[in-house]
Design a protein around this ligand. Structure first.
Ligand SMILES: Nc1ncnc2c1ncn2[C@@H]1O[C@H](COP(=O)(O)OP(=O)(O)O)[C@@H](O)[C@H]1O
Ligand SMILES: O=P(O)(O)OC[C@H]1O[C@](O)(COP(=O)(O)O)[C@@H](O)[C@@H]1O
Ligand SMILES: [Mg+2]
Length: 319
């Protein structure tokens, strides 16, 4: 293999730049030409492709977002769209493609691989919703952003003796909410993977209030429902003044944490190794701090699961 391509796709995640840097530098280290495809699969279909050099990825390891930009493309979900993408890759003589993105992006990678075009997936999403890897690139930074925000909310919550619902991202996954809830000492953590009884949430709030607690924090994953609806219900049931903060896209930005930079560097480089070994249709990941790779189709058919011990612990510590 003499020429490879790299793109970022789906929701951006802090650390994607560090992953791009690792792909480019590792490829050049092995005397392979690298091409950057801009705006994900949309740019791929349109031939928005540029050669990348060592300097193309200088001064980006600490930056959020993605220098290759990202997109969500409906057109690429069709056979015709995928065929157009392969034609562009062939036109540039690019022999293998590294896709940094989430589960949706991996479905695209799977389709290209099925059509005979070798692809490797690198998990980049704040949601941490992919099986076969303990962590995805961006999760740790988003978690820290949430923690910083909740610490601030806690100050004002205490001053006003209020209950706060903090709605966090994660699409259908509860990892961000679970980790943030544990790290923030939340009273309750509401995630799609566990149906906590609403009456338990209310009882806990009442007990805390009786004990003289000055504030209560509930972390709600977006996959469970609207924070505002929960807020209204809770205020009605408890008579405690309740406010809702939806953290939104702030969770996707910012300079990547040390863990995300290291993870992205390791995974990006590993993806290049796999292409050079002639592998295709694989996803790189990290398990027990070791680099692994899995069949992408198998991964897409598996459900990412939350850490049950952590959930249990969060309940034991928030009595
Ligand atoms: N079934 C599919 N076949 C081909 N491409 C897909 C498929 N599902 C998603 N994609 C492509 O991947 C892009 C990113 O997926 P999305 O779910 O939005 O984000 P993420 O990859 O971060 O989970 C989509 O906009 C689409 O272009
Ligand atoms: O940026 P958009 O299109 O508003 O999408 C929001 C969604 O993207 C995410 O931030 C990231 O999800 P993906 O990594 O799957 O793209 C989700 O947590 C959230 O539900
Ligand atoms: Mg996703």
């Amino acid at each position: 293999m003499k020429k490879i391509g790299v793109l970022t796709s789906g929701g951006d995640a802090p650390g994607m730049n560090a992953a791009i840097r690792a792909v480019v530098r590792k490829a050049i280290y092995h005397n392979i030409e690298v091409y950057g495809i801009k705006y994900g699969y949309q740019g791929l279909m349109e031939g928005n492709i540029e050669r990348m050099e060592i300097g193309s990825v200088g001064d980006i390891i600490h930056r959020g977002g993605t220098i290759l930009y990202s997109a969500r493309s409906e057109a690429f979900k069709t056979d015709e769209g995928q065929q157009r993408g392969i034609e562009q890759l062939n036109k540039f003589g690019i022999e293998g493609l590294i896709i940094i993105g989430g589960d949706g992006s991996f479905r695209g990678a799977q389709k290209l691989t099925e059509k005979g075009y070798p692809c490797i997936g690198v998990p980049g999403t704040i949601d941490n919703d992919i099986a076969g890897t303990d962590f995805t690139i961006g999760f740790d930074t988003a978690l820290n952003t949430i923690i910083e925000a909740v610490d601030k909310v806690r100050d004002t919550a205490t001053s006003h003796k209020r209950t706060y619902i903090i709605e966090v991202m994660g699409r259908d996954a509860g990892d961000l909410a679970l980790w943030a809830g544990l790290a923030d000492g939340a009273e309750s953590i509401l995630i799609p993977e566990k149906q906590e009884d609403f009456s338990t949430v209310i009882d806990k709030l009442r007990r805390g209030h009786k004990r003289g607690k000055k504030h209560s924090i509930i972390v709600l994953a977006e996959g469970v429902g609207s924070g505002f609806e929960y807020g209204e219900k809770i205020e009605k049931e408890t008579n405690l003044e309740t406010r809702v903060t939806v953290l939104g896209h702030i969770q996707r930005g910012g300079s990547p944490s040390g863990s995300d930079r290291v993870l992205a560097s390791r995974l990006g480089a590993k993806a290049v190794d796999l292409l050079l070994e002639g592998k295709a249709g694989r996803m790189v990941g990290i398990e027990n701090n070791s680099l692994v790779d899995h069949d992408i189709t198998k991964i897409l058919n598996e459900q990412h699961t939350i850490n049950q011990d952590m959930y249990k612990l969060s309940q034991e510590l928030s009595i």
